[in-house]
Design a protein around this ligand. Structure first.
Ligand code: 6PG
Length: 235
């Protein structure tokens, strides 16, 4: 499915635009339903966005007490490990905002991967009930993966659960990821792409030079955007 592309001049304006969008979606959800459910992306690209959301003037524009933070995926390492998406997001944002601890839903990666997936899917059911996520933030890997939905893995075919564990050969690591059904059901999905290193994969995808990559299999039922800087957009 094709996303609406929003291209910003540079990384700084990309982060500002993404922060504005995050706050706009959060405020609308809270105004309408009293709560904002968001799944954060891992990796390095969204770190700048998280840092921006934790600083003035942005941080006071969100009623963090009405926000529930989930993770779109997680590496199966302890939360203290440098590879942990939870650790990255905590240092960049969570530790600096006034969000109730009970509203931060970390994947319990002290458990075995299968257990992490089961427990996290149950947490999502308990917190979300019948509601979809309001916003899913995703990064884009150079191989076209999103969250931990990596090419040629069984995770791409999981349709009956909200999460699944998978072993990622190229990273020699176990991960747990949200699956397509829960991402596609979100009210809004934003893929956040920055830097020259992503220009090739962005070009291949937008010119249909490749097909069937995980990001290309996304079919959000809600709003779907790619937020890029010109370096990633190749413009
Ligand atoms: C992860 C992320 C992953 C990431 C992409 C892009 O756990 O690593 O969820 O999907 O978003 O690999 O990563 P960068 O932003 O570091 O390029």
């Amino acid at each position: 499915m094709k996303a609406e592309q929003r291209v910003m001049a540079d990384a700084a304006s990309l982060i500002n635009a993404a922060a504005e969008q995050f706050i706009s979606v959060a405020r609308a959800a809270i105004a309408k339903r009293g709560v904002f459910y968001v799944a954060l992306a891992g990796g390095s690209t969204p770190k700048g966005l998280y840092q921006m959301l934790a600083t003035s003037p942005y941080t006071t524009q969100v009623d963090w007490a009405r926000v529930h933070l989930f993770f779109g995926d997680e590496r199966c390492v302890l939360p203290s490990h440098d590879d942990s998406n939870f650790k990255m997001a905590s240092k960049a944002m969570i530790d600096a905002i006034s969000i109730p601890e009970a509203n931060v839903h970390r994947m319990p990666t002290e458990l075995p991967p299968e257990q992490v997936a089961k427990v996290y899917a149950a947490t999502m059911d308990e917190v979300l009930g019948e509601q979809p996520l309001d916003l899913v933030l995703l990064g884009l890997g150079p191989d076209g993966h999103i969250a931990s939905l990596f090419p040629e893995t069984a995770a791409l075919d999981v349709k009956n659960t909200k999460t699944t564990p998978l072993y990622v050969e190229k990273h020699d690591s176990w991960r747990v990821t949200m699956t397509y059904p829960v991402i596609n059901a979100a009210r809004q999905v934003i893929v956040f792409i920055a830097g020259e290193a992503k220009a090739e994969i962005v070009k291949d995808i937008t010119t249909d030079a490749v097909a069937g990559l995980p990001v290309q299999l996304l079919a959000p039922t809600g709003d779907y955007y790619w937020y890029m800087d010109t370096a990633a957009a190749g413009q």
